[in-house]
Design a protein around this ligand. Structure first.
Ligand code: NAD
Length: 263
């Protein structure tokens, strides 16, 4: 194994599942120490943590901070700095979706989506940047979405939060451009994760259609390649962005969306 990130320490929010888990696995596979975060059954999370650590030989820790709570978010970064030694790589990935017409959108769900996706991205960056600046090296990767670049109906909170995340990415990149720190957004289309599997099931139930038909005609209607993206494809780009050959890529919103936003 190449171990290109040996000696680096990473925090990946929302890494008990889906894209975040694939990124945590890939970073640990490259030798980085990793702080996992996210919800789930404590015994299952411990099994995941120890299997990632023994699979990769890297130090893997876990902190269950709720990304809706700014104090817990700041404490997550502080704990990673003391348990792993530093936070060199920060991946803001935690997120969830809610689908509803805007005039019926529940206020608390709107606020929860802003807190988990946009506000936690601000709070982790604020907490991690001083250490990155001191060391003169850092990689911030925000897992936004194709919905950070274009809209779809009924996803107002998510589209607003993801556009906000892309704007924050660009601003931070400009502020730290001379400090050896890059800040980029990855903007995936539909990826095969529990979040999307849940959307397929909900649509199939709502319209009384078979899952395969919902996948092709509803979910993948916007994705020209007509296939779900695998989480490993997102993780491979995240690993590349952490390398020295990506030092000039900053302030970018990079689509991995099967051609969705090319239209
Ligand atoms: P997922 O549901 O598989 O994983 C989400 C993770 O976030 C889980 O670990 C969950 O525990 C964690 N999480 C949720 N709320 C949290 C909170 N309050 N505090 C801490 N952790 C919390 O979803 P996924 O599909 O892997 O999505 C990951 C990210 O990628 C999200 O930001 C999502 O918006 C984005 N994204 C996903 C897709 C897709 O098609 N799956 C496409 C574009 C962008």
């Amino acid at each position: 194994m190449s171990q290109t990130l040996k000696g680096r320490c990473a925090v990946v929010t929302g890494s008990t599942s889906g894209i975040g888990l694939a990124i945590a696995r890939a970073l640990a596979g490259e030798g980085a120490s990793v702080m996992l975060n996210g919800f789930g059954d404590p015994a299952e999370i411990e099994r995941l943590r120890s299997s990632l650590s023994s699979e990769t030989g890297s130090n893997v820790a876990y902190n269950g901070a709720d990304m809706r709570n700014p104090d817990q978010v700041a404490a997550l970064v502080r704990e990673a700095e003391s348990a792993l030694g530093s936070v060199d790589i920060l991946v803001n990935n935690a997120g969830f979706q809610h689908v509803s017409p805007v005039d019926q959108f529940p206020e608390e769900t709107w606020e929860g989506i802003q807190d988990v996706i946009l506000n936690s991205t601000f709070h982790t960056i604020k907490a991690a940047l001083p250490g990155m600046k001191r060391r003169g090296w850092g990689r911030i990767i925000n897992i936004a979405s194709a919905h950070g670049l274009v809209a779809s109906p009924f996803k107002s909170a998510y589209v607003a939060a993801k556009h906000g995340q892309v704007g924050l990415t660009r601003t931070v990149a400009l502020e730290v451009a001379e400090a050896g720190i890059t800040c980029n957004a990855i903007c995936p289309g539909y990826v095969r994760t529990p979040l999307v599997e849940g959307q397929i099931d909900a649509q199939a139930k709502a319209h009384g259609l078979p899952r395969e038909r919902v996948l092709r005609d509803v979910i993948l209607a916007v994705q020209p390649t007509k296939r779900l993206i695998e989480p490993g494809e997102i993780a491979a780009l995240a690993v590349f962005l952490c390398g020295d050959m990506a030092r000039s890529i900053t302030g970018a919103a990079i689509a991995i969306d099967g051609g969705w936003t090319a239209r």
